[in-house]
Design a protein around this ligand. Structure first.
Ligand code: IVH
Length: 699
């Protein structure tokens, strides 16, 4: 190639390398500047990098790809999204699939509130929109913040990206300012209409851009555009389904009145929002909407039922992440027939062997499915499926696809029943199934690589350490290369990388920028809340709710650890205290005690804690309440509320509810016929409250 009149004397391969290097550098500085507000180089240095890149592209036009930093000049990349903490958590919904589930939902509500069979419960039924939820904060009638749901506690600031959505009023009508509280949050679902989606995809295809799989992805992708000038070109809409008023609006007593107000304020709602007071009404409405579904311009994946009475909603509160006063009634799953090519066995974090069906890929309800769960050994036998069979599969919402049945008439003559392995294919250890257990487990424990890698995935996952960009694939890659062995290695990654050859940035799929971002994300997570830390340890039976309860009970990690070390025999005080925590039965207690007693785990913990700051547990909500931090035991029957409601209320005020009286009990609330707990509390000198006294204290 002639280099006359050219600035760079290199072949295309060299040019490509040079281009990548400068692009990465620019992206890195963009990241520092826009996301971290912390530039490392002067503006003129930055400009000269850009100029060099432009010149390189003039000489080698093939390098001028759509994702080159030169193509973003003019439409400056927006700031990375800021995190915002939700004033009221954004909850999810539990699912129901049948008439029985709906009837159970109503029964649970009746039981919780202490209502009789004949007391009517008004329920608002409305479509469940398949989009992405957002929270809109208004102050003195002005939209001041729009945020995504995120993990429910914390989302991302998308205020700039929703400016072009007409369904989102930027200013509430003057006429309502007097009736509305000063601060309020509207919750809703952003979606893309089906027609707009089809048109967008057509345009994208024409210009050789990414085509979206469904309207939901298109909506999510559009909102999450860092560059708001792109969101503007994407036709998005919103339906409102919730309103948080922070105690204001006392004259509004029902969910349907909230909706009337929202409509007056200029928000849109989907069709088919109606009130019913029995299961048959809800079912008929559900079936009718299901029939109408194909002609709607928005995707829906079920109905949502909400208790209309707001005082009841308040009393019902929520469990873990979902309200007790609402439920999603999902539409029936879509089905398809395909070939079961093979049955693979996966080894989970706790050693459980789970059979997975490997399928000939098939489209079910708009999604390509190539794997399905088979749950366990018995399930394979019950369903009678064999490799080679034609099988009917189904997929409901986001749920992992299931195998329904084999088509026996099409079974190949030479097929054989599946034999469940009795050894772990990953580490060769014996896999045993304990009496009464459905699951067969690998006994390899700490030596089993499959368990180790799953534990690491769990450790960095969203509800645990939540390290951004640290997905399953990366964990697998780093584990296979022997770079990551134990959780503490994650926090050593930066040092480890210095000694690697080749370093991470030169590995397949990596670059300088992605390594820097990952290391920054890891660094960001060196301080962690106690409940997340406990959950991250991946102890069997210790899910998020239990982790939170343990954190609330023990308060700090050193205390938890000490108590677990002390809880080695069932008779001793520490073990008994552990059992007194709500939801902690002997199975959970034994796992916890065994986990902390294991010397290897102790080594890992010491190593890990040398990098971390595990925060003491902070009582959420109402720290001002008189019972925050107190341990309460209920006994006897209460007359004004059910035991479940009393317990939920105490917890929401920051109290710990325990099922047995111990030295730590502050109050015993005694209803009718207190029994042995009352006696024990009297002996222990615990403050005993009548139901009325308790009601005053917990107001
Ligand atoms: S109510 C506490 N109503 O479904 C109540 N949610 O699975 C929480 N969604 O994150 C939500 N349509 O994004 C509600 N009519 C509707 C909805 C709806 C769609 C989404 C929402 C939520 C998710 C929960």
């Amino acid at each position: 190639m002639s280099n006359m009149g050219t600035l760079f004397d290199m072949d295309l391969e060299d040019a490509r390398r040079q281009h990548k290097k400068i692009s990465d550098e620019i992206k890195h500085h963009d990241f520092l500047y826009y996301q971290n507000d912390a530039p490392e180089i002067s503006d003129s240095k930055y400009d000269s990098l850009r100029k060099t890149l432009e010149k390189l592209e003039t000489q080698y036009p093939v390098l001028k790809t759509a994702d080159s930093p030169t193509q973003t000049v003019g439409s400056m990349p927006a700031k990375g999204f800021n995190k915002v903490k939700h004033a009221v958590p954004m909850l999810s919904l539990s699912n129901a699939f049948s008439e029985e589930d709906i009837s159970d939902f109503l029964t649970r509500i009746r039981r919780f509130l202490g209502l009789s069979e004949t007391d009517g419960i008004k329920i608002v039924a409305e479509p469940k929109i398949d989009g992405l939820s957002c929270s809109l904060r208004y102050e003195s009638g002005k939209l001041v913040l729009a945020a995504t749901r995120g993990d429910g506690q914390e989302g991302e600031d998308i205020t700039r990206n929703v400016q072009s959505i007409d369904d989102i009023p930027k200013q509430l009508p003057e006429s309502l300012l007097d009736v509305m509280p000063d601060v309020l949050e509207v919750r809703g679902e952003i979606y893309m209409g089906r027609h707009d989606f089809a048109a967008l995809n057509k345009r994208q295809q024409e210009v050789g851009e990414k085509v979206f799989a469904n309207p939901r992805n298109a909506a999510a992708g559009s909102v999450r555009q860092l560059d708001p000038s792109i969101s503007v070109q994407r036709p998005l809409k919103m339906f409102a389904y919730g309103l948080e008023t922070f105690g204001g609006l006392s004259h509004i007593l029902t969910q349907h009145e909230k909706y009337e107000l929202l409509r007056e304020a200029g928000f849109r709602q989907p069709d088919f929002v109606e009130i019913f007071d029995d299961v048959s009404g809800l079912m008929a409405h559900h079936d009718m909407v299901l029939k109408e579904r194909p002609v709607l311009d928005y995707d829906i994946d079920g109905m949502v039922y909400k208790v209309d009475d707001l005082t009841w909603q308040e009393r019902l509160g929520f469990v873990s992440r979902a309200p007790r006063w609402a439920i999603a009634h999902k539409f029936p799953a879509e089905r398809a027939v395909t070939i079961l090519k093979d049955i693979d066995i996966q080894v989970g974090r706790t050693g459980a062997l789970t059979p997975v069906a490997i399928l000939e890929p098939v489209t079910v309800g708009g999604v390509v499915v190539s794997r399905a769960t088979l749950h366990n050994e018995d399930e394979i036998e019950r369903k009678g499926v064999r490799a080679g069979d034609y099988v009917e599969i189904q997929r409901a919402g986001d749920v992992i696809p299931q195998i329904l049945r084999p088509l026996l008439e099409k079974r190949p003559p030479d097929s054989k029943p599946f034999v469940f392995p009795d050894h772990c294919k990953e580490c060769g250890s014996l896999a045993i199934r304990e009496e009464g257990e459905a699951v067969r487990r690998c006994t390899g424990g700490l030596i089993c690589p499959a368990q180790a890698v799953e534990r690491l995935k769990h450790f960095v996952s969203r509800d645990a350490f939540d390290i951004e960009g640290f997905g399953s694939k990366i964990v697998e890659q780093l584990f296979e290369k022997g770079i990551l062995k134990s959780p503490a290695d994650i926090f050593r990654l930066s040092d480890i990388n210095e000694t690697l050859s080749p370093p991470l940035q030169d590995l397949e799929g990596w670059g300088a920028l992605s390594v820097r971002n990952l290391l920054a994300a890891i660094n960001n997570r060196k301080t962690i809340s106690l409940d997340r830390f406990i959950f991250a340890l991946g102890i069997r039976h210790v899910g998020q709710a239990t982790a939170r309860r343990l954190a609330a009970f023990y308060g700090s990690f050193p205390r938890l650890e000490q108590q677990m070390m002390d809880a080695q025999t069932q008779e001793n005080q520490a073990y008994q205290e552990l059992l007194s925590i709500d939801d902690v039965g002997p199975a959970v207690a034994d796992e916890l005690a065994a986990f902390f007693a294991e010397p290897h785990n102790q080594t890992v913990l010491t190593d890990l804690l040398s990098f971390l700051d595990v925060e003491d547990y902070k009582m959420p909500e109402r720290i001002d309440s008189q019972i925050a931090g107190k341990t309460v035991v209920f006994t006897g029957s209460l007359s004004s509320m059910t035991r479940a409601e009393a317990k939920a209320r105490a917890e929401s005020l920051g109290a710990k509810v325990s099922s047995s009286v111990s030295g730590k009990t502050n109050y015993l609330v005694a209803g009718e016929d207190g029994g042995s707990k009352l006696k024990k509390a009297k002996e222990a000198g615990v403050t005993i409250l009548t139901e009325e006294e308790w009601a005053v204290l917990s107001r």
